[in-house]
Design a protein around this ligand. Sequence first.
Ligand code: GDP
Ligand code: MG
Length: 163
Amino acid sequence: MLPQVVIIGRPNVGKSTLFNRLVGKKLALVDDQPGVTRDRRIGDVDLLGLRFKIVDTAGWEDEDAETLPGRMRAQTEAALVGAAAAMFVIDSRAGLTPLDEEIGRWLQRSSVPVILIANKAEGKAGDSGIFEAYSLGLGEPVGLSAEHGEGMADLFDALLPII
Ligand code: GDP
Ligand code: MG
Protein backbone atom coordinates (compact mmCIF):
# COMPACT_ATOMS: atom_id res chain seq x y z
CA MET A 1 0.00 0.00 0.00
CA LEU A 2 1.29 3.47 -0.84
CA PRO A 3 1.96 5.86 2.06
CA GLN A 4 -0.72 8.50 2.52
CA VAL A 5 0.11 12.21 2.78
CA VAL A 6 -2.59 14.68 3.83
CA ILE A 7 -2.78 18.35 2.83
CA ILE A 8 -3.80 20.54 5.77
CA GLY A 9 -4.43 24.29 5.98
CA ARG A 10 -7.04 27.00 6.30
CA PRO A 11 -9.27 27.89 3.32
CA ASN A 12 -7.74 29.63 0.32
CA VAL A 13 -4.07 28.86 0.88
CA GLY A 14 -3.92 26.69 -2.27
CA LYS A 15 -4.48 23.15 -0.95
CA SER A 16 -6.63 22.04 -3.89
CA THR A 17 -4.30 23.70 -6.38
CA LEU A 18 -1.41 21.73 -4.87
CA PHE A 19 -3.50 18.53 -4.94
CA ASN A 20 -4.31 19.06 -8.63
CA ARG A 21 -0.69 19.91 -9.38
CA LEU A 22 0.52 16.69 -7.72
CA VAL A 23 -2.16 14.38 -9.10
CA GLY A 24 -3.21 15.82 -12.41
CA LYS A 25 -6.95 16.36 -12.60
CA LYS A 26 -7.70 13.21 -14.55
CA LEU A 27 -6.47 10.92 -11.79
CA ALA A 28 -8.32 12.62 -8.94
CA LEU A 29 -11.10 10.60 -7.43
CA VAL A 30 -13.68 11.39 -4.84
CA ASP A 31 -13.86 9.61 -1.52
CA ASP A 32 -17.41 10.02 -0.31
CA GLN A 33 -17.21 8.66 3.19
CA PRO A 34 -19.86 10.21 5.41
CA GLY A 35 -19.18 12.62 8.27
CA VAL A 36 -16.19 14.87 8.70
CA THR A 37 -14.27 13.23 5.89
CA ARG A 38 -17.08 13.57 3.37
CA ASP A 39 -15.25 15.99 1.15
CA ARG A 40 -11.85 14.36 1.09
CA ARG A 41 -10.33 13.81 -2.31
CA ILE A 42 -7.68 11.12 -2.72
CA GLY A 43 -5.30 10.76 -5.63
CA ASP A 44 -2.17 8.88 -6.64
CA VAL A 45 1.04 10.90 -6.99
CA ASP A 46 4.31 10.18 -8.74
CA LEU A 47 6.59 13.07 -7.78
CA LEU A 48 9.93 12.61 -9.56
CA GLY A 49 9.61 8.87 -8.98
CA LEU A 50 8.39 9.14 -5.36
CA ARG A 51 4.95 7.47 -5.21
CA PHE A 52 2.32 8.14 -2.56
CA LYS A 53 -1.38 8.82 -2.04
CA ILE A 54 -2.41 12.40 -1.44
CA VAL A 55 -5.50 13.56 0.44
CA ASP A 56 -7.05 17.01 -0.02
CA THR A 57 -9.07 18.02 3.01
CA ALA A 58 -11.89 20.45 2.34
CA GLY A 59 -15.54 20.97 3.04
CA TRP A 60 -15.33 23.99 5.32
CA GLU A 61 -14.84 26.64 2.66
CA ASP A 62 -18.37 27.98 3.12
CA GLU A 63 -18.50 27.70 6.88
CA ASP A 64 -18.91 30.85 8.90
CA ALA A 65 -15.87 32.10 10.80
CA GLU A 66 -17.32 31.22 14.24
CA THR A 67 -17.60 27.49 13.68
CA LEU A 68 -14.69 27.10 11.27
CA PRO A 69 -11.88 26.24 13.74
CA GLY A 70 -13.88 23.48 15.45
CA ARG A 71 -14.91 21.84 12.20
CA MET A 72 -11.44 22.18 10.78
CA ARG A 73 -9.92 20.60 13.85
CA ALA A 74 -12.26 17.58 13.66
CA GLN A 75 -11.54 17.07 10.00
CA THR A 76 -7.80 17.64 10.40
CA GLU A 77 -7.59 15.07 13.18
CA ALA A 78 -9.60 12.56 11.15
CA ALA A 79 -7.33 13.10 8.16
CA LEU A 80 -4.18 12.57 10.25
CA VAL A 81 -5.22 9.06 11.30
CA GLY A 82 -3.03 6.65 9.39
CA ALA A 83 -1.17 9.40 7.53
CA ALA A 84 2.57 8.98 6.92
CA ALA A 85 3.04 12.74 6.69
CA ALA A 86 1.11 16.01 6.60
CA MET A 87 1.74 18.91 4.26
CA PHE A 88 0.75 22.04 6.16
CA VAL A 89 0.13 24.81 3.64
CA ILE A 90 0.28 28.51 4.42
CA ASP A 91 -0.14 31.47 2.06
CA SER A 92 3.22 33.23 1.97
CA ARG A 93 1.65 36.31 0.35
CA ALA A 94 -0.99 36.77 3.04
CA GLY A 95 1.42 35.98 5.90
CA LEU A 96 0.46 33.99 8.99
CA THR A 97 -3.02 34.32 10.45
CA PRO A 98 -4.24 33.31 13.93
CA LEU A 99 -5.89 30.26 12.36
CA ASP A 100 -2.57 29.21 10.78
CA GLU A 101 -0.96 29.47 14.21
CA GLU A 102 -3.74 27.40 15.77
CA ILE A 103 -3.43 24.68 13.12
CA GLY A 104 0.35 24.76 13.65
CA ARG A 105 -0.18 24.03 17.36
CA TRP A 106 -2.49 21.07 16.58
CA LEU A 107 0.11 19.67 14.23
CA GLN A 108 2.93 20.13 16.72
CA ARG A 109 1.03 17.94 19.18
CA SER A 110 0.42 15.24 16.56
CA SER A 111 2.89 12.42 16.01
CA VAL A 112 2.60 12.72 12.22
CA PRO A 113 5.67 14.32 10.58
CA VAL A 114 4.87 17.74 9.12
CA ILE A 115 6.22 19.39 6.00
CA LEU A 116 5.57 23.12 6.16
CA ILE A 117 4.74 24.58 2.76
CA ALA A 118 4.82 28.32 2.07
CA ASN A 119 2.66 28.46 -1.08
CA LYS A 120 2.15 31.34 -3.52
CA ALA A 121 5.90 31.95 -3.32
CA GLU A 122 6.48 32.71 -6.99
CA GLY A 123 8.38 35.93 -7.57
CA LYS A 124 9.47 37.90 -4.50
CA ALA A 125 6.03 38.57 -3.01
CA GLY A 126 6.26 35.54 -0.73
CA ASP A 127 9.71 36.15 0.73
CA SER A 128 8.62 37.73 4.02
CA GLY A 129 5.86 35.12 4.43
CA ILE A 130 8.37 32.31 4.03
CA PHE A 131 10.55 33.90 6.72
CA GLU A 132 7.54 34.39 9.01
CA ALA A 133 6.65 30.70 8.67
CA TYR A 134 9.73 29.71 10.70
CA SER A 135 7.95 31.05 13.79
CA LEU A 136 5.47 28.14 13.62
CA GLY A 137 8.25 25.92 15.00
CA LEU A 138 7.66 23.25 12.38
CA GLY A 139 11.05 23.43 10.75
CA GLU A 140 12.23 24.95 7.52
CA PRO A 141 9.37 25.96 5.21
CA VAL A 142 9.40 24.74 1.63
CA GLY A 143 8.73 27.71 -0.66
CA LEU A 144 6.37 26.59 -3.40
CA SER A 145 4.10 27.85 -6.13
CA ALA A 146 1.39 25.25 -6.65
CA GLU A 147 -0.12 27.35 -9.40
CA HIS A 148 3.11 27.70 -11.37
CA GLY A 149 4.65 24.34 -10.40
CA GLU A 150 7.72 25.89 -8.76
CA GLY A 151 9.52 24.28 -5.84
CA MET A 152 8.45 20.71 -6.60
CA ALA A 153 12.03 19.41 -6.37
CA ASP A 154 12.33 20.97 -2.90
CA LEU A 155 9.07 19.26 -1.94
CA PHE A 156 10.55 15.96 -3.14
CA ASP A 157 13.67 16.56 -0.99
CA ALA A 158 11.49 17.24 2.08
CA LEU A 159 9.31 14.15 1.54
CA LEU A 160 12.00 11.64 0.66
CA PRO A 161 13.38 11.07 4.19
CA ILE A 162 9.85 10.79 5.66
CA ILE A 163 7.79 8.50 3.46
P1 GDP B 1 -7.79 25.89 -0.86
O1 GDP B 1 -9.02 26.56 -0.35
O2 GDP B 1 -6.71 25.87 0.20
O3 GDP B 1 -8.04 24.56 -1.47
O4 GDP B 1 -7.18 26.86 -2.01
P2 GDP B 1 -7.34 26.78 -3.60
O5 GDP B 1 -6.47 25.71 -4.18
O6 GDP B 1 -8.78 26.70 -3.92
O7 GDP B 1 -6.72 28.18 -4.04
C1 GDP B 1 -7.19 29.40 -3.52
C2 GDP B 1 -6.76 30.55 -4.41
O8 GDP B 1 -5.35 30.68 -4.39
C3 GDP B 1 -7.14 30.32 -5.88
O9 GDP B 1 -7.55 31.57 -6.42
C4 GDP B 1 -5.83 29.86 -6.51
O10 GDP B 1 -5.76 30.17 -7.87
C5 GDP B 1 -4.82 30.65 -5.69
N1 GDP B 1 -3.49 29.98 -5.67
C6 GDP B 1 -3.23 28.68 -5.42
N2 GDP B 1 -1.91 28.42 -5.52
C7 GDP B 1 -1.32 29.59 -5.85
C8 GDP B 1 0.06 29.96 -6.10
O11 GDP B 1 1.00 29.16 -6.07
N3 GDP B 1 0.27 31.29 -6.38
C9 GDP B 1 -0.73 32.20 -6.43
N4 GDP B 1 -0.40 33.47 -6.69
N5 GDP B 1 -2.03 31.87 -6.22
C10 GDP B 1 -2.32 30.59 -5.94
MG1 MG C 1 -9.77 23.39 -1.55
